[in-house]
Design a protein around this ligand. Structure first.
Ligand code: GAL
Length: 467
């Protein structure tokens, strides 16, 4: 009997579920209200009355609890992350299953929040209150910041035995280290500057795939005339920022992108190219739903998949979601670069860190770090998640066209790789939030002019931490 514990912190309930029947877990509305739900063992006991059945369930629950918490497991790791969509669940289930094979229980602490904003807050408060999980999803610049505070476990031996310096892309290898120590286990690389196109709609209205902004405008106009929303978009600040950073890259290229979002040079905020990106951002508004709503990225992907919207700009986790719903890459949808960004990989790297704690979980934490970098796990996990392996030499045979393009571009290294602002790769959290707040304000309020925003950001840039 294979079980693992899903401990959903934000709703405050614990569940034991049958690993062979994950769909039932997902579809069952009772999951939201039940404290301990048992599947499907009770059907084998003859139920005489609801009370009797209830009593049996409780007894079975206790037995399962004892089995789970006693002899079976060598150790357990609570893993805090923010993944909650269909494909994200699958990716988590896959990793949890691998850990189970090692006799280690994956205790799931999911704080659903697009791009991890809520998860970051919960993680911080749990660490401050002395109740840290053993493992957490922590991306980008935050890794170094947390390591400097002494909160992360160093696992240099795992890195050296696994030859991480040789097998990882150099930029990924440097992300996993702080002051010469290995402190993070990278899972996969997402590409942010991705334009998804609904092939059925484009075929129906005889539209060319948009390789330039002119193509994009032409297609958007025809789609709107046909009553279709050309571009799916949410008003969530991180989702707006995800679109906006691709526009900065599109208008001004990688050098300028780095000046403005990594170095935070004040003059860059006054540059005409930044003004141009703001103008493009606002001009895209007419192709989005009105009023713009605060919707999760997977809701938007659903709208796109159902033909309610024809295009979507978002990281390639959307690809994984569409695949999980049965839409095949290149058939149901096209996965392209946002116009004028074909030569860039605007990246976001998903990473796990191990919280140091009292050191009593070190062996299990190190095993997990080892596992996520094994070639087979890298291939399968990334296929499910929509990202690409962090390895220099992965098995590419099962990658679809979207993943191949992404991996090959990233492998070029150098100025091809551009760190995402919205997904914490470019700068510290305070700077990121300050910039996104202004971008959001500009977009949501048409009274705020391009010049206002440039002036405000220029003033803010003076006080932001420089690298
Ligand atoms: C990103 C993360 C992705 C995906 C996305 C949407 O920051 O790297 O894996 O989860 O947020 O929540």
């Amino acid at each position: 009997m294979l079980i693992y514990l899903r401990n959903n912190i934000h709703l405050g309930y614990s569940l034991y579920r049958d690993k062979e029947d994950p769909e039932r877990f997902r579809k069952d509305p009772q999951v939201q209200t039940t404290n301990i739900r048992l599947l499907p063992y009770t059907k084998y006991l003859s139920p005489h009355s609801p009370r009797w059945r209830h009593a049996l369930r409780v007894v079975m629950g206790l037995i399962l609890l004892m089995v789970a918490s006693s002899s079976t497991w060598a150790d357990s790791l609570q893993v805090l992350h923010w993944w909650k969509s269909t494909s994200e669940h699958k990716a988590v289930d896959f990793l949890a299953g691998k850990l189970t094979q090692e006799n280690i229980l994956w205790r799931d602490a999911v704080i659903p929040s697009g791009s991890g904003i809520g998860a970051g807050i919960v993680l911080k408060s749990r660490v401050l209150s002395g109740n840290a999980p053993e493992v957490a999803q922590l991306n980008g610049v935050l890794i170094g910041e947390w390591a400097e505070l002494g909160l992360l476990l160093e696992f240099d031996a795992v890195g050296s035995v696994g030859k991480w310096d040789k097998i990882l892309f150099p930029s990924v290898w440097s992300l996993t280290q702080s002051k010469g120590h290995v402190v993070a286990a990278p899972l996969g690389i997402h590409r942010i500057n991705t334009l998804f196109v609904n092939r059925k709609l484009f075929k129906k209205y005889d539209l060319a795939l948009p390789e330039s902004w002119d193509d994009f405008e032409l297609a958007a106009k025809k789609l709107q005339q046909a009553g279709i929303i050309p571009l799916a978009q949410s008003s969530e600040p991180w989702q707006l920022a995800t679109l906006f950073e691709t526009l900065v890259l599109s208008e001004a290229g990688a050098g300028f992108y780095n000046d403005i979002f990594v170095k935070k040079e004040q003059s860059a905020f006054f540059d005409a190219r930044f003004g141009q990106a703001l103008k493009r951002f606002r001009s895209l508004k007419k192709w989005m739903p009105t009023p713009l709503q605060d919707r999760s990225w997977d809701e938007l992907a659903r709208q796109f998949a159902d033909g309610g919207a024809a295009m979507m700009v978002m990281g390639d986790w959307v690809k994984a979601e569409l695949n999980a719903w049965g839409l095949a890459t290149d058939v149901g949808f096209a996965c392209m670069a946002v116009p004028q960004t074909e030569n860039y990989h605007l990246y976001d790297i998903d990473t796990l860190v191990m919280l140091a704690g009292d050191g009593s979980h070190r062996a299990a934490q190190e095993r997990l770090a080892q596992l996520v970098l094994s070639p087979a796990v890298q291939v399968e996990y990334n296929q499910i998640k929509g990202s690409v392996p962090v390895l220099r030499n992965p098995d590419m045979s099962k990658m679809d066209s979207c993943a191949r393009t992404s991996w090959k571009l990233f492998a070029r290294g150098g100025s091809t790789q551009v760190p995402s602002l919205a997904h914490r790769m470019a700068t510290d959290e305070t700077s990121k939030d300050a910039i996104i707040a202004e971008i959001y304000r500009f977009f949501m309020d048409d009274q705020v002019t391009v010049n206002d925003t440039q002036r405000r950001l220029g003033a803010i840039a003076r006080s932001l931490k420089k690298i």
